[in-house]
Each structure stands twice: as C-alpha cells, then as structure tokens.
Design a protein around this ligand. Sequence first.
Ligand SMILES: Cc1cc2nc3c(=O)[nH]c(=O)nc-3n(C[C@H](O)[C@H](O)[C@H](O)COP(=O)(O)OP(=O)(O)OC[C@H]3O[C@@H](n4cnc5c(N)ncnc54)[C@H](O)[C@@H]3O)c2cc1C
Length: 410
Amino acid sequence: MSKEPLATSLDLALVGGGLQNGLVALATLAARPDARIAIFERGPALGGNHTWCFHDGDLPDDARPWLEPLVARRWTGYEVRFAPYRRALASGYACITSARFDEVVRATLAAAPHARVHTGVDVVAIAPGKVTVRAGGDGGPLHTVAATTVVDARGPGKAAVTGGWQKFVGQELELEAPHGLTDPVLMDATVPQVDGFRFVYVLPLGPDRLLVEDTCFSEDPALDAPRLRQQLAAYVAAQGWRVRTQLREEDGVLPLPWQTEVVPPRPGLVTAGYQGGWFHPVTGYSFPVALRVATTIAHAVARGDDPAAAVAATVPAHQAQLRFALRLVWMMFRWFPPASRAGVLEHFYRLPEDTVRRFYALALTGRDQARMFLGRPPRGLSWRAMVRAGGGPDGISARTIATRAPEAAS
Ligand SMILES: Cc1cc2nc3c(=O)[nH]c(=O)nc-3n(C[C@H](O)[C@H](O)[C@H](O)COP(=O)(O)OP(=O)(O)OC[C@H]3O[C@@H](n4cnc5c(N)ncnc54)[C@H](O)[C@@H]3O)c2cc1C
C-alpha cells in the first residue's frame, strides 16, 4: 500500500485507478492544478495490463496537451483486410500502454499540491460524497473519506450481459527480423472464421516489435486462451514473421450488449467508465467516451460546478448514440449467423472515412446512421432473416429499424 496518509476531504474521490479515472485525474489537474483529488486502486499499479488504442478523431483539441504524454506510439493511418478487398484509411491512430499510463498519472499527481494516488487499497463501500477504504489487506483498518463527488469507475462488472462478447488474446512479440508494416492492421478478417466473427489485429510497435491480437465476436463469454494462442501463432507464422521473444500478453472478454443502461449520476456520485455504461457497445472500446466524461468532470471542477450535474447533462446525447449502437449489436448477433458476420464489417468499412471515424468515436450523425443501411446490403441481410429475427432490442421491429434510418438523414 502507498505510504501517503489518506486525505479526509476531497473534491474528487476516484474509485478504481483504471483508464476512466486516470483520465479524470489528468483532465482535472490540467483544468485546475490545485484540485484535491485522490485515486484509490486495489491493484499494485494503475491501469492494469492493457494497450489502449484510439483514433485521432477521438481527441478534442483541448485534451491534447495533457493526453500526449500518455501516448506510447502514433501512426498516420491504418488498414483493414477482408476477403474481397483491402483498404488503407488515413485517420491517425495511437496507443497508450498501461505501463506508461501508471508512470504519467503517478508523476502528474505527485507534482500536484493536493493530489494523491493510493494503490493496494480496497474500496469496500461507496455512497454519495463518501467512500470507505480498507488499507493493508483483509482485516486492515477501515477509513472513511469524504469528497464533494465520488467517481466510481471499478471497471467492467461480471454481471451477465444480454448480448455478445468480444474476446481476444494479444501478444507483444519481438521478431528476428523487421516485419515490414508501417501502419496498424485494425482488422484482418481474411483468417478462417471461428467462434463467431474472427479477425486479427496487428500494431507495429517498432521495426521488429508487434502487438498481435486474435479476436472474435462470439455468443459465448468463455475465453479459450490456448486455442487463441494457437491461432495467433499460426497467423504470425503465415505472415513469415519469426518470433525471437514474447514480451507480454494481455487478454479481454468485453461485453457487446444489445441492452444496457447508463447509470444516472446523482449528487455526490458519478458511476463512470465501463460499469456506468460509458463505452461503445459495438467495439467494446471505451476510450473516446471515457475522455468525454473526464473532460466534463474536469471543466465542472474548474468552474466550481457540480460534476455529477455536468455529467448528467451529457447523458441524453450519450444515450441517443448508445441506442443506435445497441441496435447494431442486436442486428449483428441476431440477424447474421456467425459465419456471415464478417459481411457486416465488410460493408461497414466501405463507408466514407468520416463516417468510420465518427462511428468509433460514438458520435454518428443522422446521415452516418442512414449510410449504414444504404447501398448493397451485407451478405446475410435479407427480409427473410429480419422477419425470422422478430422484434428489435427494445421492441422496435426489424422493419422499423431498417426503414427509419434513412429518415434520420438531414
Ligand atoms: C486488454 C484490454 C485491451 C483493451 N483495449 C482497448 C482499446 O484499445 N481501446 C479502448 O477504447 N478500449 C479498450 N479496452 C476496453 C476498455 O477501454 C477497458 O476495459 C478500460 O480499461 C475500461 O476502463 P475503466 O476505467 O472503466 O475500467 P478499468 O480500466 O478496468 O479500471 C477499473 C479499476 O478499478 C479497480 N478496482 C475494482 N474494484 C475496486 C475496489 N473495490 N477498490 C479499488 N479499486 C478497484 C481495478 O483494479 C481496476 O484497476 C480494452 C480492454 C482490455 C481488457
């Protein structure tokens, strides 16, 4: 556990030192350097074991100065590969490693006059304006900490999900020779389709260093890590890449729900990050939305406003985006048999680059939404399939979804 004494009165008590609360801390200190904040993290380090990627378009300009130190690697574009075509997109892409995240968040908080990081502490109770923290493991003493606002971001819950799952195993590999890639391959779906829709994700981290992830969109949350490792090794070998060392491994089972709720903020308590419903249900990613929540809280603290009220004001816009995205997930899992799911993504990646960018940022316009339903439908999408699938996730019929989208264009 950290040696720092626990603060007793804070502007923000940040429960969980993962992506969401690390961003809240950095954004808040950038907006108000003397803010009284503390992160309470049960693990030994901040950020766990992740490589988080985001698109340049996810970043508002005013976040760049404080976010840039987190970035471990940047690229000017990326590629997607499907059996019928390959496409290079010119949108910038970047990654943050959890090791860099831990280093930067700790250093920033250490340099601020009233900010602290407490690792190795378990938050055992949360109430508006108050957290109860157990320090020193089981049987350790309990402390109560008061804060104007508690931001509860304890990560994805283990609760059952109505929907599907994105499962992956990723390995960071050092190769015996340069791999020859300059940009990431976000989706190589030319691989054999197994356990739903399967694709490989490749990040070139250095001339002879790669992060390779074998990923599937599946109905089943069980992660068969040995099988994914085998598939990953076969992919690496098929590219002609010879591995010198495996540097690290990460994995994930991320919910792709077609039903989920945003937990409403209330005075003194914001439930944020994954567990608050602040993520993208189609990609399983949360970075762009977590960044929006972070800057909203930061600006409220800097103005002396109530952070919970400020976040509450953004809920309707997030929910509107969420509703459309939840329908897409529902369609992907309910209209398309697993073997046809690649066709949905194949169709999607033919859309204009701006639409793709706004899709990732969970900021689609009505015109973008309409575009997803226009043109030649993806393989597997037929009226028969729609009728067989019955109603939509919230009772809206399949026919209504398909015919409503063009109306949204304006
Ligand atoms: C391996 C992996 C890679 C991913 N890559 C991307 C990506 O590239 N881009 C993207 O946008 N999304 C990505 N995601 C999805 C999502 O962004 C991450 O899951 C993200 O970390 C979620 O942020 P969070 O802050 O909500 O939760 P987390 O980052 O999981 O943080 C929650 C923290 O709370 C702590 N905690 C839990 N309970 C307690 C307690 N009682 N007391 C104290 N601390 C507690 C946990 O130890 C943890 O550190 C990835 C997910 C995984 C698993």
